[in-house]
Design a binder for this molecule. Structure first.
Ligand SMILES: Nc1nc2c(c(=O)[nH]1)N[C@H]1C(S)=C(S)[C@@H](COP(=O)(O)OP(=O)(O)OC[C@H]3O[C@@H](n4cnc5c(=O)[nH]c(N)nc54)[C@H](O)[C@@H]3O)O[C@H]1N2
Ligand SMILES: Nc1nc2c(c(=O)[nH]1)N[C@H]1C(S)=C(S)[C@@H](COP(=O)(O)OP(=O)(O)OC[C@H]3O[C@@H](n4cnc5c(=O)[nH]c(N)nc54)[C@H](O)[C@@H]3O)O[C@H]1N2
Ligand code: SF4
Ligand SMILES: [Mo]
Length: 743
């Protein structure tokens, strides 16, 4: 065993502070000691390496040009089955943020109110000491973490296992709660497992593509390119309160009132039932609960839907006809559905429409949730937050025993309760139950709903540790301890995209300064904590991939048929499941072709809930409904990465803007491009008025990429998924009043 490891192990009981020499990055990076593979031999010479993009869940393949093993440029991979030679601006610019300013290059520890540079040794010891002291006083559950869908699957599994099995935490959630929780819960309840059935070929093979609350052209531009390759002359239906870029390119746009989707889909279901336009055979053979669903939607007349949605009656009938009259209908949804106070039931209404018309398990069909971040799916399966590793259940003793057996430790290490959800973690901080938080690869001080509340809550923590690529994010600036992380391109591991394709990312660039791959930060913390023994086998991302295979065996997400990284590389990614012994097919694969679901009786289930009113309806004081979402294909979330690229910056407005209809602008006396105040009960912000017919009178829209946005949002949640309902709250727009927003 290496000297360093020996020292670390000896120190772990007493903590690292007693070391005689500082832990240096080079020591940590030495492969024999901490298992970070040097660049694989095949990538060392001047050549190219294909790897998946680290932004959105499309999961495009990028071909990286290497000189001496370092990336010097890239182009979209022509052979990769996802993008077929295409990339969006973020993909083309993916390497630039790595070299941008603001990178966290050394650990920082707050002393006398100021973040000052520290060695890894000092920072990790400080973190471990403080976390342990808090746990000693307030119990193990008083320390929690918030993770991400933007780290590699192996890193997510490491964080989740270290946090819960090693450090004794009970609560850890991720930014996938902001994003995919609704789809995950909807699938789990309806299909018995969180299993999106789609494959991207379905975009090309549909007769009717129904996009609900999805602005594909902006948020998943390369998936829109896949739609454009459809040779069946498809009808493209967009259901969105805004006339988005995607709506403009569609054949049909249903510009419904925000959050009236549930009523609309129940009315469409009722029409199909009335007219007998159902696939009775499919319903009888493969589903359960249809009779009840049928009864529940009986009261949803076209008139009722027309009133709730503001759509003409003939429009609703036309939508039902489009579904009934075509052979292959696919339903796709994204945040317009997930981020709603009734998101789960809305997603399940789409699932119901697909099931009752037999539009699932065949080419060009499906009830398909498109994911958001590069590794949202990896996080859903393996982050050990809401589900126990591999989509298991924390409350199930045999699941716990399975995992403990597979990982080689005592089942008592596994909490028997699931984690609190993100919002509940925040409230538990407020209630004094959680005292320390470790935030990894997410920027909640910008992205979480009702921001001032969150910032107040974070300021009440005894210890906030932030692990990020950049030291100037809104959240990093609040940290007591900042751990500098390597980013995509500087480390190795796998992502799982929207069509369940596991893709590989390589280390093609050296992280700046002392920054370390998250994987190795976790290893370091495990040693310092004194639980390194539990993770002896977790020597490298690829070693963890082998552990994940073991954890997946016999599960719906079985990947035991993937031998190693080399195989993923060779195959252009591999979709799960791929059990051992099954030959990897070259073709794309969709789920449920045999009509068998993962529920105990093998049947897909119908769900219904009475639609509920908006959590914060408009009022006389706040007469406009604020929507939010993605603004441009060149901006990524809180812009920590994309703002480092001059090219991407030029492609999007630098200042926050609010889309407002000409009717509302005129009545408020607001000129195009004028700076205005947008206020809600929670705050007032400044934005430039973008006067456009893209939004209807009575509604406004601000992209989420601007920090001020979430000062306005109202913290409402779906009751089943606890996903925040970011996309509707009441605001007022007014001429600029400097006294409202000082500074
Ligand atoms: N360029 C870029 N691409 C991205 C991202 C990014 O930050 N930038 N983020 C990625 C991530 S993590 C995600 S989750 C995805 C999100 O991808 P999308 O969900 O497609 O993007 P959004 O703009 O958040 O929301 C989509 C649409 O929902 C509509 N909407 C709002 N309320 C309702 C409603 O009540 N009903 C209906 N039917 N529609 C409604 C909005 O008007 C908006 O046009 O994008 C991914 N791709
Ligand atoms: N109003 C409104 N708010 C929203 C939404 C909306 O539609 N409207 N959408 C929500 C959705 S869907 C999402 S997904 C969230 C996204 O919200 P966030 O997750 O907060 O957004 P990001 O900017 O992607 O933050 C990722 C952070 O991780 C860092 N990072 C990147 N790669 C790495 C890495 O490899 N390691 C480490 N340690 N750090 C890394 C980045 O620098 C950045 O600070 O926002 C949500 N917020
Ligand atoms: S579409 Fe998504 S995965 Fe493809 S290049 Fe753009 S950001 Fe990357
Ligand atoms: Mo997301």
């Amino acid at each position: 065993m290496s000297k360093l490891l020996e020292r670390l192990r000896k120190a772990s009981g007493e903590l690292l502070v007693r070391h005689d020499g500082p832990l240096t990055r080079d020591l940590l990076l030495e492969p024999a000691r901490f298992g970070l593979g040097r660049l694989p031999k095949r990538l060392q010479a001047d050549q190219t390496a294909t790897m998946v993009c680290g932004f959105c869940s499309t999961g495009c393949g990028l071909e990286i040009l290497l000189r001496d093993g370092q990336a010097v440029g890239l182009a979209p991979a022509t052979e990769y089955p996802v993008n077929l030679g295409m990339a969006c601006p973020k993909g083309w610019e993916a390497l630039t943020p790595l070299r941008g300013p603001g990178r966290a290059t050394t650990p920082l520890v707050r002393k006398k109110g100021k973040l000052v540079p520290a060695s890894w040794d000092e920072a990790v010891v400080e973190m471990v000491d403080r976390f342990k002291a808090i746990q000693d006083k307030h119990g193990p559950a008083s320390v929690a973490w918030l993770g991400t869908g933007q780290m590699m699957t192996e890193e997510l599994a490491f964080l989740g296992s270290l946090g819960k099995f090693g450090m004794g935490m009970v609560h850890g959630d991720g930014n996938t709660r902001q994003c995919m929780a609704t789809a995950a819960v909807a699938y789990k309840q309806s299909f018995g497992f969180d299993a999106p059935p789609l494959t991207y070929a379905d975009f090309e093979e549909s007769d009717v593509i129904v996009l609900v609350g999805s602005n594909l052209c902006i948020a998943h531009p390369i998936l829109w390119e896949r739609v454009s390759r459809n040779r069946r002359n498809p009808k493209i239906v967009v259901i969105d309160p805004r006339r988005t870029e995607t709506a403009m390119a569609a054949t049909h746009h249903y510009q419904l009132a925000p959050k009236s989707d549930l009523v609309l889909f129940y009315a469409v279901a009722q029409l199909l039932i009335e007219r007998g336009q159902l696939d009775r055979e499919y319903i009888a053979a493969h589903t359960a609960g249809f009779e009840e669903f049928e009864k529940s939607v009986a009261g949803f007349s076209v008139e009722r839907a027309a009133q709730a949605t503001g759509l003409p009656k003939h429009g609703i009938e036309e939508l039902a006809n489009l579904i009934a009259d075509n052979e292959r209908v696919s339903f796709w949804w994204t945040m317009g559905v997930n981020q709603s106070h009734e998101g789960v039931r809305t997603a399940q209404a789409l699932i119901a429409l697909a099931l009752m018309t037999g539009n699932i398990g065949r080419p060009g069909t499906g009830a398909n949730s498109i994911t958001g971040q590069c590794n949202a799916m990896g996080s859903r399966l393996f982050s050990n937050t809401t589900n126990l590793l591999g989509g298991r259940d924390f409350t199930n003793a045999s699941d716990r025993a399975d995992v403990a057996g597979l990982l080689g430790f005592h089942p008592d290490r596994i909490p028997s309760v699931p984690s609190l959800a993100y919002d509940q973690i925040i409230e538990a901080i407020l209630g004094g139950k959680i005292k320390a938080l470790w935030i990894v690869a997410t920027n909640p001080a910008h992205s979480w709903i009702n921001q001032s509340h969150l910032k107040d809550v974070l300021s009440r923590l005894d210890c906030l540790v932030v692990q990020d690529m950049y030291q100037d994010t809104e959240t990093a600036e609040l940290a007591d301890i900042l751990l500098p992380a390597a980013g995509w391109g500087e480390k190795e591991g796998t992502f799982i995209n929207s069509e369940r394709r596991i893709g590989l990312a390589h280390r093609v660039s050296r992280a700046p300064g002392e920054a370390l791959a998250d994987f190795y930060i976790f290893q370091l913390i495990a040693e310092a904590w004194g639980c390194g023994d539990l993770f002896r086998e977790w020597t490298s991302p690829e070693a963890v991939f082998q552990i994940l295979k073991r954890l997946s065996r016999g599960r719906p997400c079985d990947i035991t048929g993937i031998t190693d990284y080399e195989m993923i590389d060779r195959s252009g990614g591999i979709q799960w499941p791929l059990p051992e012994g099954v030959p990897p097919q070259a073709v794309e694969r969709r789920l449920f072709e045999d009509g068998r679901y993962f529920t105990s009786d093998g049947r897909a289930k119908f769900f219904f809930a009475e639609p509920r009113p908006l959590p914060e309806p408009t009022s006389e004081r706040f007469p406009l409904l604020l929507l939010s979402g993605r603004g441009s294909s060149s901006q990524w979330h809180t812009q920590t990465r994309t703002k480092r690229s001059a090219v991407l910056q030029r492609l999007s407005p630098s200042e926050a803007y609010v889309e407002i209809s000409p009717v509302d602008a005129r009545s408020l006396g607001i000129e195009p491009d004028e700076r205005v105040n947008v206020s809600s009960q929670r705050g007032a912000v400044v934005a430039r008025a973008f006067v456009t017919n893209g939004v209807k009178p009575g509604q406004v829209f601000i992209p989420m990429h601007y920090e001020t946005m979430n000062q306005l949002t109202f913290a409402a949640f779906d009751p089943y998924s606890r996903q925040p309902a970011y996309k509707a709250c009441a605001v007022r727009v007014s001429k600029l009043d400097p006294s409202l927003t000082p500074g």
